[in-house]
Design a binder for this molecule. Structure first.
Ligand SMILES: [Zn+2]
Length: 71
């Protein structure tokens, strides 16, 4: 069908302060504050754009590596 799709896709904006990019992922508020992302405190769900999600992943991975330096 050639009917135009009525995409009512409400694109969320990234919740990091100063960033207005379109959010692609959402993480828990706890995870966001652990990754030291600049978001409002007390948020249950934080939306992140691609860049900030990458940043979050980077930080959380580093955290994990530091935490498992057993050997
Ligand atoms: Zn962002």
């Amino acid at each position: 069908m050639a009917e135009a799709r009525h995409a009512i896709k409400v694109s969320k904006a990234c919740d990091v302060k100063g960033c207005g990019s379109e959010a692609e992922r959402s993480i828990s508020g706890d995870a966001a504050s652990e990754a030291k992302l600049k978001v409002d405190e007390g948020m249950k769900r934080v939306h992140l754009c691609k860049d900030h999600y990458r940043e979050y992943k980077k930080v959380s991975r580093k955290d994990r590596e530091l935490g498992s330096l057993g050997r």
